[in-house]
Write a protein that binds this ligand. Sequence first.
Ligand code: IDP
Ligand code: MG
Length: 136
Amino acid sequence: MNSPEQTLSIIKPDAVERNLIEDIKSIFIQNNLSIKDNKKIHITKEEAAEFYKVHQSKPFYNDLCSYLSSGPIVVLILEGEDAISKNRKLMGATDPKNAKENTIRKLYGISIDKNSVHGSDSAENAKKEIEFFFKN
Ligand code: IDP
Ligand code: MG
């Protein structure tokens, strides 16, 4: 049996604004991802720019950083078997239009930028992203 993994999830401003925090948390819990820690925060644009710096060369980088810092977000440490890939599956495709039925982005996403959630995409990034929000 594999040991449990941790991953970072973010409930983005569009979902916090629409009071979807509990609905999204319950999807994680129903799928055997436990919430080890979570907090509601409002980050600065500079912090968003640091968090998303892997995307700094992308044309949407500036808008992405403005968006993530535009209102409160909830950051969560999820833990469970295959937490990283399981969370990515539960989230669905980046663009809600392409997300499968019953994924978080299909259920709640508005557009490619307002797509309700973030999830780490690798073990290396999960570790970095958890440290970014929880170990400073
Ligand atoms: P992911 O969130 O599914 O991992 P990434 O490619 O890592 O997707 O992109 C990070 C975030 O940047 C996405 O969640 C989305 O909000 C935004 N984004 C990605 N591609 C585009 C785009 O083509 N236009 C606008 N925003 C985008
Ligand atoms: Mg990503």
